[in-house]
Design a protein around this ligand. Structure first.
Ligand SMILES: [Zn+2]
Length: 110
């Protein structure tokens, strides 16, 4: 399957790849860019996020608001998370820790 480099993994420095429908760190260090605030990121957004740039994402959802809204996010680090699978297995992974803010006018005008 065709591979596309989306950026550099912030956890281990390996390449971060898109392979078909899946994207993850080439070295499988456990880091993966997940959905952010209910929104799926496309390749350009993942590329810019991993590059440390601010990324405008639309389609964000919140339990406190109706409908969807846009946010500007920027990666600030790597966050570890842990969860227990249904069979009781403990799993840990890493995803992007982000700062977020509401878009200002220059984004809205687009
Ligand atoms: Zn990695």
């Amino acid at each position: 399957m065709k591979k596309k480099v989306l950026g550099i993994c912030p956890r281990c420095g390996s390449r971060y790849l898109r392979t078909g429908d899946w994207h993850s760190c080439e070295a499988r260090c456990g880091f993966r860019v997940g959905d952010l605030f209910g929104a799926k990121l496309d390749d350009d957004q993942i590329h810019n996020l991993l590059g440390g740039k601010e990324v405008l994402i639309s389609g964000c959802k919140s339990t406190k608001r109706k409908g969807t809204f846009a946010l500007v996010v920027k990666m600030t680090g790597v966050r570890q998370f842990a969860y227990t699978k249904r069979n009781g297995q403990q799993r840990t992974g890493y995803d992007a820790e982000v700062a977020r803010r509401f878009p200002d006018k220059k984004f809205e005008d687009k």
